[in-house]
Design a protein around this ligand. Structure first.
Ligand code: NAP
Length: 361
């Protein structure tokens, strides 16, 4: 089978590097095009990332010699990529938003990690385990904007990923959640490279991540929203309050969650069973990045831990533990997910695989 040719925009950054690593032996997709800022453009990829390749595995051989193009030059991608992943971090969100929509206008399906288009009305914000049906927005997006083949799909902020699927699994079984109090402990790789200065991070915790709390509190409403008249109508029935912190962990965002149900609460045993039995559309569709177990529950009282649990199920699972009673609300638990894989590049690939299986690529 001929593989689809993939372009990675922002290929030199933290998330871009993860795309190249994760796509190395992908059965359906092949990296054929890389782009970044004018600073990297015109250099072979290996030269452009010399001294800042951050992953344990070496740069994939097939990518080393690819010439890096300027991501703002959309014409350069024509004929070289069938669709693109956007891991761009342009100086302003408006620029990123406009550039992603311009790629779509030029016929490229765009799978984005940026927050720039997350609140664009006709752009689906996907976690395929939860709202794969929101892909139907693509049809209205194309119609609204006169796009022929192109469209934009986004994934949500990486901080949500550690708790939102477990909450969805409970709601799906009729246990409506009405309140969540969340404290995140987020890895430094979430800030890109070079990211947070080392003197801020070593022997320290930074109790602030610009813009993160509002994303953690608001983005679930779009993911849980309903599609009506070509738009996503957010579901704001869960009240969320959060504190987002940066901790000296390389990869893996942890979320400490307190929850309150609307009405009677299920038992702890029931919750754990729901999480362990959770079935997801990505798995049923046999998407290659779908975790076999989307939610893992660990009994040991000192888990999950980033180093031990972030790579479970090819780093695509959400690992939970410490489900216990709460003296104020109903229950507390700890969730963990890999931010640059599940929360970024792996999540983007899962979105593209879903679109591929739905014949949208
Ligand atoms: P990063 O390491 O700073 O990489 C940014 C990328 O954007 C680089 O490839 C950079 O190219 C490129 N870029 C910067 N300015 C540009 C310009 N003017 N024109 C074209 N390209 C330009 O950031 P990151 O952590 O990979 O994040 C990328 C995006 O994913 C961001 O929107 C971020 O919010 C989002 N995200 C990140 C994570 C995470 O865990 N890190 C998780 C979810 C979402 P040069 O190398 O040439 O400068």
């Amino acid at each position: 089978m001929d593989k689809l040719r993939v372009g990675v925009l922002g290929a030199t950054g933290m998330v871009g590097q993860n795309y190249l690593r994760l796509l190395e032996n992908h059965p359906w997709f092949e990296v054929a095009y890389v782009a970044a800022s004018p600073k990297s453009a015109g250099k072979p990829y290996a030269e452009a990332v010399a001294g800042r390749w951050n992953l344990d595995k070496p740069i994939p051989e097939k990518v080393k010699g690819l010439m890096v193009e300027d991501a703002s030059n959309i014409a350069a991608a024509k004929g070289k990529a069938d669709f693109v992943f956007s891991a761009l971090d342009l100086p302003t969100k408006d620029e990123t938003k406009a550039l992603e929509l311009a790629y779509a206008k030029e016929g490229f399906p765009v799978f984005s990690n940026s927050s720039a288009n997350r609140w664009t009305e006709d752009v689906p914000m996907l976690i395929p385990e939860i709202n794969h049906g929101h892909l139907s927005l693509i049809e209205s997006q194309k119609k609204n904007r006169g796009f022929s083949k192109g469209f934009v799909v986004v994934k949500p902020n990486c901080s949500l990923q550690s708790y939102i699927t477990p909450i969805h699994a409970l709601e799906q079984k009729g246990h409506k959640v009405e309140l969540l109090v969340i404290t995140t402990l987020q890895a430094v790789s979430g800030a890109g490279y070079p990211g947070v200065p080392s003197l801020d991070m070593v022997d320290n915790i930074v109790p602030y991540i610009g813009g993160e709390e509002i994303k953690t509190e608001k983005e679930p409403s779009k993911i849980f929203g309903k599609i009506a008249a070509g738009k996503c109508v957010p579901d704001e029935s869960i009240k969320i309050t959060s504190t987002c912190t940066r901790v000296p962990v390389v990869d893996g965002h942890t979320a400490c969650v307190t929850m309150k149900f609307k009405g009677a609460k299920p038992s702890k045993e029931e919750i754990i069973k729901i999480w362990r039995d959770f079935k997801s559309a990505p798995k049923e569709l046999k998407l290659t990045f779908a975790p076999e177990r989307p939610i893992i529950y660990i009994e040991e009282e000192n888990r999950p831990q980033p180093r031990k649990d972030r790579d479970s199920e090819k780093a695509m699972a959400v690992t939970c533990g410490r489900l216990r009673d709460c003296p104020v609300f109903d229950y507390r638990f700890v969730g963990l997910s890999h931010n640059t894989v599940r929360g970024a590049a792996g999540g983007g690939i899962l979105n593209a695989e879903l679109a591929y299986k739905k014949n949208l690529l």
